[in-house]
Design a protein around this ligand. Sequence first.
Ligand SMILES: Nc1nc2c(ncn2[C@@H]2O[C@H](COP(=O)(O)OP(=O)(O)O)[C@@H](O)[C@H]2O)c(=O)[nH]1
Ligand SMILES: [Mg+2]
Length: 277
Amino acid sequence: MLHIVIPAYNEERRLPRTLRELRRYVSAHRAVLGDATVVVVDNGSTDRTAELAREADRPALPVRVVRCAVRGKGAAVRAGLLATAAADDDLVCFMDADGATGLDALLEAWRRTALGADVVIGSRGLPGSRTDVRSDRVRSTGAACYRRLTARLLPDIADTQCGFKVFRGEVARRAAGDLRARGFSFDVELLVRLRAAGARIDEIPVTWADVPGSTFVPARHGAGAFAELAAIAWRTRRLAAGTLTAGSAAGAGPRSPMTRPAPVALPVPLAVPQEAL
Ligand SMILES: Nc1nc2c(ncn2[C@@H]2O[C@H](COP(=O)(O)OP(=O)(O)O)[C@@H](O)[C@H]2O)c(=O)[nH]1
Ligand SMILES: [Mg+2]
C-alpha cells in the first residue's frame, strides 16, 4: 500500500488537478506501485479545499480528508503521516498540493526502497534535476542563504526543502511522532532525526515546475522559517554533529549511520529520547 499525504491550506485552485494527475499516474503504474490512497490534511482552510478533496474520492484512488487544527506545513504533514494505517511493506509519501514534483519520482522512490532505502527525498539540487528557474530575486536569495545553513546540519543533502519525500511506513510514523517543528523547516528536523537514527536516505533528482499560487510568502514566512531552523539546530546540535546517535543515546554504543549495511528493518529505534537532544 502506498499512502500519499498532501498538506493543504486553501488549495481549492491547485489541489483538484493534482489529485486527477495522481489518480491517472497510480492507475497506470498499479502493477508496480500496488494500491494507493490519499490523505489530504486540511490545515484550517477557509475555502473549498476539504469539499473538493472529498469529491475527488474514487475507487481507483481513495481520498480521505483529515483536519489539522495546528497551523503550519510541518504540523499538517505530521498529522497526515500519523493518520496512515500500518500495513505490510507500506510506503508513505508526502507531496505538496500544487503537484510541482513530477510523478515519475514515485516509481523511482519505489525502486530505491525496494533496494534498501528507508527514505527517498526528491531533490532540485542534483545533476539530473530539472527545475524551472524562479525569477523572484528575494525568494532565490533567501533560498540560497537557507541552503547554506542547512548544509551545516546535513552536509550531504543538496535539497532539504523539496516537497516530495517517501518513507517506509513504520519509519515515517516513528519519525513523525518525534517531530516538533510545525512550520516550513520541519523537513530539516525530520532529516536530522532520521539520519541520527541510522536511516538510509537516498536523494533523487526530480523534475520540478514552479506552480503559481505558492502558499509560502517570503515576507510573511521567511523569518519564521529561519527562526525555526535555528531552533532545530539548537535542539538537534549533538545529533547533527554526529557526536550522538540514536543508538548511543539508547545505550547501544556509538555507530556510524553511514557505514552500516543496507537495512531490512531499522537496527535502532527511531524515537530519539528527548533527554538526548
Ligand atoms: N503556507 C502554508 N502552507 C501550508 C500550510 N499547511 C499546509 N500547507 C501546504 O504546504 C504546501 C506548501 O507548498 P507551496 O505552497 O507550493 O509552497 P512552495 O512550493 O514552498 O512555494 C502546500 O501543499 C500547502 O497547501 C500552512 O499552514 N501554511
Ligand atoms: Mg510549490
